[in-house]
Design a protein around this ligand. Structure first.
Ligand code: COA
Length: 215
């Protein structure tokens, strides 16, 4: 059976994989290595690249814990499909929580949740499986966040916001209090949301106008 001191294997070798690796090291965790079909390094801070996904067929699921190092970007389901495949083989995903995150004691965090540097989660909030609360994102009181959501860097959810599965809240976006956002909706970076949004929508603010200086 997995225990909290089983070594960790990180899926992926991209930017998000290095962020979660750094976060794990900051909290004193032991990382066995990285796996990825296309490696971006042979070792990172002396932690080795182990090989491609075939490794998972050879490692007994009870001997390691996994961390999903695949970033969550709008319109891509790679993070979801990789997690689903590994879980079907019996692997367990552990939480990744940066020591600088401020998390109210009554917050509920599901398996595989990732809370990155400087994030704040206030009282009564629930974060569903595999969701990411990215760098310096803020979740105020009583928010309900379903599975595989991504609250990108610097985004703010005011109190009692509800996100259905696989919602992406773009970097620096603000969702005011008591808003519901439907499944698979993407809120563009920098957008302020003041009304609830259906599922499968893409919402972005009016574009910034750039023109040549005349004086
Ligand atoms: C909203 C978003 C999903 C749209 O993506 P897209 O459909 O691929 O759109 P495109 O990049 O093709 O841009 C289409 C147009 O919308 C504009 N646009 C894109 N994102 C915008 C945003 N957030 N706010 C305002 N305008 C935006 C583009 O400038 C472009 O304008 P143009 O047609 O005049 O050239 C995306 O731009 C976004 O904001 N993603 C979130 C990024 C993020 O959170 N990153 C964090 C990673 S950790």
């Amino acid at each position: 059976m997995n225990s909290s001191d089983s070594p960790i294997i990180i899926l992926g070798t991209g930017g998000h994989a290095r962020i979660v690796a750094d976060t794990l090291l900051c909290s004193g965790q032991r990382i066995q290595g990285f796996i990825d079909p296309v490696a971006q390094f042979s070792a990172w801070r002396e932690i080795p690249y182990l090989g491609n996904d075939d490794i998972l067929a050879r490692v007994p699921p009870s001997t390691v814990r996994l961390v999903n190092g695949i970033g969550s970007v709008p319109f891509s389901d790679t993070r979801f499909t990789v997690a689903a495949k590994a879980e079907s083989l019996g692997f367990v995903f552990c939480q990744v929580i940066h020591p600088s995150a401020v998390i109210a004691a009554d917050t509920k965090l599901a398996a595989g949740v990732q809370i990155l540097a400087g994030a704040i989660i206030q009282t009564g909030s629930i974060i569903g499986k595999h969701s990411i609360v990215n760098t310096a994102a803020r979740i105020d009181h009583d928010c309900r966040i379903a599975e595989f959501c991504h609250i990108a860097p610097g985004a703010t959810l005011c109190g009692s916001v509800q996100l259905a599965q696989r919602v992406h809240i773009g970097a620096g976006a603000t969702i005011i209090q008591e808003i519901d956002v439907g499944a698979d909706t993407v809120i563009g970076a920098g957008t302020t949301i003041t009304k609830s949004i259906d599922s499968m929508q893409v919402v972005r603010s009016p574009e910034v106008v750039t023109e040549a200086r005349r004086r």
